[in-house]
Design a protein around this ligand. Structure first.
Ligand SMILES: [Zn+2]
Length: 147
């Protein structure tokens, strides 16, 4: 199957047709083209499938209450952001302290590697989660709608 339509058909029209965004004459054009172009038919089926998967994931995805509950007030939102920042800061300090202590008290490259690897991994994981949360809190479109 070639990457693009062998007839040079504008494939963005396919997703437009699926989303029913096209004016009648264009939609008609897509339908006619689909009848005699196997490539675009395959593309169309693929897009339809993807669209269905996307829909069902949005609908059936269990709400991630643990993290995504919508803050009721500006205060709780700010509080949560602060909480994440403080938690991150706390972890960084603890980690730095632990690393320092570990470095002082262990000899042997292997022990050092063990201690540092563990601390580093936990710190990285935590930091990345915190960062994600923070970004989500700032950009989550649902939050905007709630207001
Ligand atoms: Zn085509």
């Amino acid at each position: 199957m070639p990457e693009t339509c062998p007839h040079g058909f504008d494939e963005s029209l396919l997703s437009g047709a699926i989303d029913r965004e096209l004016i009648q004459s264009t939609a008609q054009k897509v339908r006619i083209h689909l009848e005699d172009c196997a490539h675009c038919r395959a593309q169309y089926d693929e897009l339809t499938k993807l669209r269905e998967v996307a829909m069902s994931t949005t609908i059936h995805q269990p709400p991630d209450d643990q993290w995504r509950e919508t803050p009721r007030t500006g205060f709780s939102k700010a509080g949560r952001t602060m909480g994440w920042l403080l938690a991150t800061l706390w972890l960084l300090i603890i980690t730095a302290y632990g690393l320092y202590q570990g470095w002082q008290n262990t000899d042997g490259a292997f022990e050092k590697f063990l201690g540092f690897g563990g601390f580093g991994a936990v710190a990285l994981l935590f930091a990345s989660v915190a960062l994600d949360r923070w970004r989500t809190a700032k950009t989550d479109p649902y939050r905007e709608i709630e207001k």
